[in-house]
Design a binder for this molecule. Sequence first.
Ligand SMILES: Cc1cn([C@H]2C[C@H](O)[C@@H](COP(=O)(O)OP(=O)(O)O[C@H]3O[C@@H](C)C(=O)[C@@H](O)[C@H]3O)O2)c(=O)[nH]c1=O
Length: 160
Amino acid sequence: MEKNSFIDGIIDGVIVRDLKKFLDERGWLCELYRHDELYYEIHPQMAYASMTNPGITRGPHAHKEQTDIFCFIGPGNFKVVLWDNRSHSETYMTRQIIFAGQDSPKMIIVPPGVVHGYKSIGPGPGLVFNAPNKLYAGEGKRGPVDEIRYENDPNSPFKL
Ligand SMILES: Cc1cn([C@H]2C[C@H](O)[C@@H](COP(=O)(O)OP(=O)(O)O[C@H]3O[C@@H](C)C(=O)[C@@H](O)[C@H]3O)O2)c(=O)[nH]c1=O
């Protein structure tokens, strides 16, 4: 199969959940993750937030060991694209596209080996929360970063 002939579909092991915002006079509250809803191996080790300007992309990246638990809750909306690049996977060569953010709050769990990236599609800067199950650069940030970055590879088949 051609390396760039991905077929659109659902990727095995990717979990997409709608997040519920509890709205009242003060604003809203939204749970981001709960240990009783995630299997043990993917319990988060850390969390970070990032803001992405409209029209800007982060990734595509892949991780060898790390599972990412992204929450798109707004502000902002995102086009999220995932590619199953795991040759052993039932859904190898599948591409999955998800729209998520303030207009459709979602948690997206991305297992190791699934290439992923997202584009901020407005209307303003977009917030992303991520709670990976591995520490970035290991204990004390003394280790390697588990990240394969494709954004600067002109021959990459992973284009958002
Ligand atoms: C991810 C991360 C970055 N950083 C630092 C490194 C750098 O100076 C700055 C920006 O980092 P990056 O360029 O790696 O940020 P970014 O390109 O947004 O990286 C993220 O992209 C998405 C698509 C993912 O898949 C995530 O797992 C992560 O790889 O923040 C940390 O200190 N801790 C972290 O956990």
